[in-house]
Design a protein around this ligand. Structure first.
Ligand code: C2O
Ligand code: CU
Ligand code: CU
Length: 504
């Protein structure tokens, strides 16, 4: 009897020690870093600029073919990926304010998907959200007029429940908007030379080079990779020969936040955020980007040096457990910038950029409140058949978004740019004073912003608002709003669903 008891006790003790040991191992193995481990052996791929054709009414027409392919994410080890006009990622689209554009999206993939123009002000039918599903073999051709300030936008799938998977496989690209005022500024602007797009994504790769699709058991935000790809290039370097270099940083990851800076601590100028250029450059040594956010920075380089773009530990403001398993203790070398011995001089950075435009919160038409739970918004999960919010066209509203959970969230609104009024109880820091469409909301904190719903009443086709951590979005952390003309009622029944026809 005694022996049995001893055995049980010993067995129990061993189990406790094993559990503690496993817990300690998971805890201590969680922080990821590649600092000092990279050789920067691969030249950064620069996504080509898509060449539009011009149709009869004078529209710029872009053709995007979604396709399966293989890419060597690890050199010499071809892996199955998805891409747009190529095996992995997509070309950079570029248009001018005032342009009429059409994009022909051809789905050559084995699954239905969508393409959404993140940050674009456009009619809901052209938005590429979950209602604009494109079946395999079908195509979808939205048209709209580009009508917003110069900015670095991007595009990616928005398929209900599948966005994390589709983005992770490689569907993403940049969409740059120009306008005459921004183009007249003496800013580095030669694409791929002194104006470099950087699509930053973390991945997990298997030894054979293929993408690892396993989900983390402990991460509150979904899969976090330990490899950082820039424009799909692992271990990348870029060569520059201009005194000032502009980097357009896009966090196109599925969950990870980055806190960008340079390894030697040098300062840079932040010149733009999600929705466009700032009023004036802001001198910073770090800029943090949660999923979906963008920043344009300008850095001064010295002849012959090698400068490292690094992501330092992001400040997520969660508890130690949520922090650690959401990547708050992670550091990564991202890109080596190799500077030529002879440099072309660049004009000094203008001290003024663009006048302030866009929503102000002086006179608003109402306040709308959003509570971010664990995987829900206002205690509800996404339902394609339910319209959550009805907004009147022309109104300027204040949206207050509170994270009532312990988990990091990144809040994004389609169609509009917003201006942050206060952030976690204070006035917004410099990197959050410009126009935004996505904002990190720390656990337990509230962010308030003003935004104006200027055009495109459509009572039956909704736009989305959601957490841009894609695992959260896929699990239902999304809602729908329609913009109606004053006095108009939202349509009853199932929201407008575009069915695409087969063209093959
Ligand atoms: Cu970047 Cu709803 O999307
Ligand atoms: Cu979007
Ligand atoms: Cu979230």
């Amino acid at each position: 009897m005694r022996r049995v008891l001893t055995r049980i006790l010993v067995g129990f003790g061993v189990l406790v020690v094993a559990l503690l040991g496993a817990g300690a191992w998971i805890w201590s193995a969680a922080p990821q870093s590649n600092a000092g481990e990279l050789g920067f052996r691969n030249e950064l791929w620069i996504p080509p600029l898509a060449e539009p054709s011009v149709d009869e009414p004078g529209r710029k027409v872009f053709d995007l073919d979604l396709q399966e392919g293989t890419a060597e994410l690890l050199p010499g080890k071809p892996a199955e990926t998805w891409g747009i006009n190529g095996p992995h990622l997509g070309p950079t689209l570029r248009a001018e304010r005032g342009d009429e554009v059409t994009v022909n999206v051809d789905n050559g993939l084995p699954e239905p998907t969508t393409l959404h123009w993140h940050g674009m002000h456009l009619p809901a039918k052209a938005d590429g959200g979950p209602h604009q599903q494109v079946e395999p073999g079908a195509s979808w051709s939205p048209s709209w007029k580009v009508d917003q300030p110069a900015a670095s936008l991007w595009y990616h799938p928005h398929m209900m429940g599948e966005t994390e998977d589709h983005v992770y496989r490689g569907l993403a690209g940049m969409f740059l908007i120009d306008d005459p005022r921004a183009s007249a500024l003496a800013l580095p602007s030669e694409y791929g030379v002194d104006d470099v797009p950087l699509i930053i994504q973390d991945k997990r790769l298997n030894d054979d080079g293929s993408l690892d699709f396993s989900q983390s058991m402990v991460s509150p935000t979904g899969r976090l990779g330990d490899e950082i790809l820039v424009n799909g290039t692992r271990d990348p370097y870029v060569e520059v020969d201009d005194r000032l270099v502009r980097l357009r940083l896009l966090n196109a990851s599925t969950a990870r936040a980055y806190n960008f800076g340079f390894s030697d601590g040098r300062e840079f100028d932040l010149i733009g955020t999600d929705g466009g250029l700032l009023e004036r450059p802001e001198r910073l040594d770090r800029v943090q980007l949660s999923v979906g956010e963008r920043a344009e920075i300008v850095v001064a380089v010295e002849p012959g040096e090698e400068l490292l773009l690094r992501s330092f530990e992001p400040d997520l403001g969660a508890n130690p457990f949520e922090d650690r398993f959401s990547g708050a203790d992670d550091t990564f070398d991202v890109l080596a910038i190799r500077v030529a011995n002879e440099l072309d001089d660049s004009p000094a950075l203008p001290s003024e950029l663009v006048p302030r435009e866009g929503p102000e919160h002086g006179a608003t038409d109402g306040v709308r409140r959003f509570e971010l739970g664990n995987r829900d918004i206002n205690d509800q999960q996404m339902d394609m058949a339910r319209i959550d919010e009805v907004v009147e066209m022309g109104d300027t509203e204040i949206w207050e978004v509170e994270n009532t959970s312990g988990t990091p969230h990144s809040f994004h609104v389609h169609d509009v740019r917003f201006r942050i009024i206060d952030y976690a109880g204070s006035s917004p820091p410099p990197e959050l004073t410009g126009l935004k469409d996505t904002v990190y909301v720390p656990p337990g904190e509230m962010v308030r912003f003003a935004t104006t719903f200027e055009d495109y009443a459509d009572p039956s086709t909704p736009y989305m608002f959601h957490c841009h951590i894609l695992e959260h979005e896929d699990r239902g952390m999304m809602g729908q709003f329609v913009v109606v003309a004053p006095g108009q009622q939202p349509a009853h029944g199932e929201p407008g669903h575009d069915h695409t026809e087969d063209h093959r």
